[in-house]
Design a protein around this ligand. Structure first.
Ligand SMILES: Nc1ncnc2c1ncn2[C@@H]1O[C@H](COP(=O)(O)OP(=O)(O)OP(=O)(O)O)[C@@H](O)[C@H]1O
Ligand SMILES: [Mg+2]
Length: 476
């Protein structure tokens, strides 16, 4: 994942450098220092590089030379940023000095004045080393630009102004509404297990729903959890998102909190377990532990201790990608979730992409669309992501571009990211890539606060305003 995020940051990074080089304050200073022609050259090279980055990011998966070129470019980009930062500092310092009125001699202010003279001297001194640094960067940029010619990289970006030409999507209730396709049989099977009462069974029945990432385990569990018959059948229901962090104390506390949200609980596992046992005592409960990775039997056993107090017929659903989890948790037989049928996957895809149930109104997209759906291999997450990416995109060429992307050929086990998801990421404009990639600082399933994230993006300088655009908060 690290390299993948690295790429994202790279195209955003180059974009930021071009913005920096073009900033009016820096430009004024560069003219005074007579390095404006150098900066102009930097800007031109960076923009040419930016234009092929999209293609390079894709080709690096199959061409090691392109990968090396991108690595060099990343190093160089950091050095360019350093020197531009240094430039900006000096420009600022010069502005401060110029803004100071000439003081009479023998005053405190004259001391400041002499200080500013020495600042100018030190600036001149550093200009000497700056000069050679600038030359070095120019040479490296020219070099990397020359190498680019041998790599046969295509300019596939929409040009520098492309990022401003983003079409605003119409928001309709159709695309916003979350729709579930198929899964009737699966839901019925889970309901049958949940609603079955076996008075002779004194253990809590654990039903693991197992399947690969994005296949729809959480969705199926949600369908079951919210079913009216299930609501009537159980006295208590609780949902816990467990994720990578199987912390018995946290999970126990979350169960308690979802049973009585307004109570404050101590951080003492023993007290929490006693409390939970009392809450569950002789009650028929349904507990869903979503996204479990833990394979440690002892931890699992401790977690389940209070649950033995529940009435018979209590059920626990565990969703997991990991078969190892099943052997630790499973008392009932596991429910292996299969792929979505082709037809349901198609409906999900077309709903996302076209707001329709099929291609009837879009015959020119039918053939290529169906092939894209086949490539999703019944994974709802893939169909949803690719459909979302092509939303309201009625140009057949754009659909064909997706189908012929090299990302499909990239071995999945190398990146551990589904090609379909990689593609949907790859096609984000770079200023969105960096915002998206930034979210990788959050732990999996972490529920982040929207406004907080926007502030973080702003602090990173990701939400640069252009004239006439909204407030950065709104933009975010
Ligand atoms: N039958 C379906 N119809 C429509 N959308 C679906 C369907 N199943 C899943 N999805 C959507 O696909 C995405 C992935 O589904 P879900 O989160 O349930 O997968 P998962 O198996 O729980 O994945 P993970 O292992 O990452 O937790 C979600 O956005 C979900 O809304
Ligand atoms: Mg899930």
């Amino acid at each position: 994942m690290a390299g993948f995020v690295g790429e994202a940051v790279l195209s955003g990074f180059i974009q930021k450098l071009v913005d920096m080089v073009a900033s009016p304050e820096l430009w004024k200073y560069a003219r005074e220092e007579q390095v404006d022609s150098e900066l102009n050259e930097w800007k031109k090279i960076l923009m040419k590089i930016y234009a092929v980055l999209h293609d390079a990011e894709e080709k690096q998966m199959t061409n090691p030379l392109v990968k090396m070129w991108l690595d060099d470019l990343r190093d160089l980009a950091y050095d360019v940023e350093d020197i531009l930062d240094e430039f900006a500092t000096q420009a600022l310092r010069r502005n401060l000095i110029v803004a100071q009125p000439q003081p009479p001699t023998g005053t405190v202010r004259s001391i400041f004045s002499s200080l500013s003279t020495s600042l100018t001297l030190s600036a001149a001194w550093s200009n000497l080393s700056m000069g050679s640094k600038i030359e070095e960067i120019t040479a490296r940029l020219q070099d990397i630009s020359a190498q680019k010619k041998h790599l046969d990289l295509r300019d596939v970006s929409a040009g520098w102004s492309g990022r401003k030409r983003l079409r605003k999507l119409p928001s309709t209730s159709l695309v916003l509404e979350s729709r579930i396709y198929g899964r009737e049989t699966e839901k019925a099977a889970i309901l049958a297990m949940l609603l079955k009462d076996d008075p002779s069974d004194d253990e809590v029945c654990v039903i693991p729903i197992v399947g690969m990432g994005g296949i729809g385990k959480t969705t199926l569990a949600q369908l079951a959890f919210n079913d009216d018959k299930v609501k009537d059948h159980f006295d208590l229901r609780a949902w816990v998102c467990v994720s990578d962090d199987f912390d018995v104390l946290r999970v126990t506390k979350t169960i308690l909190q979802s049973l009585s949200p307004h109570t404050r609980y101590a951080n003492n596992l023993n007290l929490l377990q006693i409390e939970l046992r009392e809450k569950l005592y002789r009650k028929k409960f349904l507990l869903i532990l979503d996204d479990v990775w833990n394979e440690n039997f002892d931890e699992w056993d401790i977690l389940c201790m209070p649950m033995r107090a529940g009435a018979s017929g209590s059920k626990l659903i565990v969703t997991t990608r990991n078969k190892g989890v099943v052997s630790v948790t499973g008392t009932c037989s596991a429910y292996p979730l299969q792929e979505l049928s082709y037809d349901d996957c198609l409906s999900l895809f077309t709903r996302q992409a076209l707001g329709a149930r099929d291609f009837d109104a879009y015959p020119h997209l039918k053939e290529v669309g169906e092939e894209i759906v086949r490539r999703c291999k019944g994974l709802p997450l893939a169909a949803k992501a690719l459909g979302g990416m092509l939303r309201n995109q009625l140009n057949r060429r754009a659909w064909e571009d997706i189908l012929t992307s090299k990302i499909w050929d990239f071995p999945e086990e190398k990146s551990r990211i589904l090609p379909a998801l990689k593609l949907s990421y790859h096609h984000l404009p770079s200023h969105l890539k960096r915002c998206f990639a930034y979210c990788s600082i959050f732990p999996k399933d972490y529920e982040f606060d929207k406004d907080e994230l926007i502030l973080l993006w702003m602090a990173e300088g990701f939400l640069q305003q252009t004239k006439g655009e909204n407030q950065p908060e709104k933009l975010g």
